[in-house]
Design a protein around this ligand. Structure first.
Ligand code: GLY
Length: 567
């Protein structure tokens, strides 16, 4: 080949392979905390430290889970809770995997149309604010059930530092000051009497929680009965009923956390273990990742036009299925094997083209939208023995129903809003629900929580999760891809700008001012609607990555006060 032809050919190849549109200036990689043995990453330093100290004392990841979860109830009342619920996925150092569901339940007196008026319209605020919004809390049963099966330290020694923290108090951060101020009008609306959070708390003030400490002491002494029976149960039920709620003593007595088989699937050389229904996270994550697996995202590049298109189209299709099929598996049959089957998912993506956006109205099952609150919280733990847990816990909305039981020292959830009050009508996250997620006594409401653990070549690789309501699934997805496809550190993977599509509304939500305007224009030209207003932040991901030399790297989200602590 002559030199001229060779150069022409080079020129042709160079200009016919379009560069991905990526205007981000290359920055040096940022590493999170690196530790040799163990780590806890959570929304507050106090909780991560209490969890890490339990590990230092010789406890395992499950002991540390109890401590961290309950410490979040003290240090992070925005989402950490005794009055809510959650999900946890684990992998032991023997490679055994499992999951526990401590999701709230509808009370026995709940009815399908309890949030509708006589004309069949959703009554504003009834499923989000005040006592009717409250589902039967699951957190205490969840952590104690985990402790019963896997714990090694006595429960009173695990709870001691948490109780001490509640008595000593927690320093208000700048972000917390803003959050309290923002929600004060709703605290006044939801509560008959004033609550400690009505005060004008300022950054660096200390909030003490003596009543919560007493509640925790009863749990330390009586275990599950210290919450679901006796003085706490009596006080809680009276309080809820005085405020017009329907939860009874029988509801509390009957509550049980449930062990569930997690959703397991592969993506390239990764084995991904995530939460099963009534959390939609695992199924949706599996669907999206199987739909995108055939595309060469690594080649397209991080947050480039093509990558955003592929992810958006897979998300659109997965969220359409979520709305139609998913609910509490104890009440509805969910065709999970089909939903995550490779052939089914290939078929789902068959009509995707890079030439233009698919319209959500053309995607079945399309009579539903999705709405869920952003104010959950997640923590990840890897212990010095090689056990890992990934747990996401919530009150649903910020400070849940805003109803605060002063005598017991905690907020109550508004998880009833995660049911579809009226199939086809969006909830507070804009998520549309179907019949599968309609209200029934003792049913668990559908969740987006996606606590996830990943293995690579048979070894523990990552523990990851996030709050963010309907954006939980896509935030976890992007964090995994950032590490696996785009070679980011755990911290960079967590920090990177995020976007989200959930089928309906038919728009790509982007974190504001973090995506290039030319990229947005290119997406608009292909028919995508971009919304940079809806979500100032998408997710607050916390994760731990096992590096090649077996040290641990924490990724604690810059979007919150999240902190990694370990040794
Ligand atoms: N309440 C948020 C979720 O469960 O996904």
């Amino acid at each position: 080949m002559s030199r001229y032809i060779f150069l022409s050919l080079l020129f042709f190849i160079a200009f016919s392979c379009k560069e991905p549109i990526n205007h981000a200036k290359p920055k040096p990689p940022v590493r999170g905390l690196i530790t040799e043995h163990a780590m806890v990453v959570s929304a507050r330093e106090e909780a991560s430290k209490i969890g890490s100290d339990i590990l230092k004392k010789g406890g395992n990841a499950f002991d540390a889970m109890v401590a961290t979860e309950l410490a979040l109830a003290v240090a992070y009342p925005y989402a950490g809770n005794l009055g809510g619920g959650g999900f946890m996925v684990y992998r032991t150092n023997q490679g055994d995997i499992g999951a526990i569901d401590y999701r709230e339940k509808a009370p026995l007196a709940a009815t399908k149309n309890m949030f509708l008026d006589s004309l069949g319209n959703v009554i504003p605020d009834k499923s989000t604010l005040g006592a009717m919004a409250v589902g039967v809390p699951g957190t205490v049963a969840g952590v104690l059930t985990v402790h019963e099966k896997f714990g090694t330290l006595p429960i009173d020694s695990i709870l001691k530092p948490v109780i001490d923290l509640a008595y000593k108090g927690v320093i208000v951060t700048n972000k917390q000051e803003k959050r309290i101020k923002k929600y004060q009008p709703l605290f006044i609306k939801a509560n008959k009497d004033s609550i400690p959070f009505d005060k004008a708390w300022k950054t660096n003030d200390t909030i003490k929680y003596p009543k919560l400490a007493k509640t925790l002491e009863r749990i330390a002494i009586h275990g599950k009965d210290g919450f679901y029976k006796g003085e706490t149960a009596e006080t809680l039920v009276n309080f809820i009923q005085d405020n017009g709620g329907i939860i009874t003593k029988e509801d509390l007595e009957k509550y049980e956390a449930k062990w569930r088989a997690p959703i397991v699937f592969t993506y390239d050389d990764l084995k991904i273990i995530s939460m099963s229904p009534p959390a939609s996270g695992g199924v949706c994550l599996a669907q999206i990742m199987k739909m995108i697996e055939p595309f060469d995202l690594h080649k397209y590049g991080h947050n480039t036009l093509k990558t955003i298109q592929v992810l958006t189209e897979a998300e659109r299709r997965a969220y359409a299925d979520r709305s139609f099929y998913l609910g509490d598996p104890d009440f509805v049959d969910i065709p999970i094997p089909t939903l995550i089957d490779t052939n089914y998912l290939e078929e789902r993506m068959r009509d995707f083209s890079f030439a233009k956006a698919t319209k959500s109205s053309e995607i079945s099952h399309g009579s539903i939208e999705i709405v869920e609150s952003d104010e959950t919280t997640h923590y990840s733990i890897i212990d010095q023995f090689g056990n890992a847990i990934s747990a996401t816990t919530t009150l649903n909305g910020a400070y849940g129903s805003k109803l605060y039981c002063t005598e017991l020292g905690f907020f109550l959830n508004n998880e009833m809003d995660d049911f579809s009050s009226k199939p086809g009508a969006p909830n507070m996250f804009g998520l549309i629900g179907a019949e599968a997620n309609s209200i029934a006594p003792e049913k668990r409401m559908l969740s987006s929580m996606t606590p996830t653990i990943i293995e690579k070549n048979g070894s523990l690789y990552m523990s990851v999760g996030t709050p963010g309501g309907s954006t939980i699934i896509t935030s976890v997805l992007q964090t995994i891809l950032n590490v696996h496809e785009f070679n980011m550190t755990m911290q960079d993977a967590v920090n990177a700008p995020r976007f989200h599509h959930q089928w309906l509304p038919d728009e790509i939500r982007m974190e504001p001012n973090l995506f290039d305007k030319k990229l947005i224009k290119a997406l608009n030209d292909l028919g995508y609607i971009i919304n940079e207003e809806r979500s100032p932040v998408i997710g607050k991901v916390d994760g731990i990555l096992v590096l090649e030399d077996k040290t641990l790297e924490g990724g604690a989200d810059r979007r919150g006060d999240d902190t990694a602590v370990g040794f």
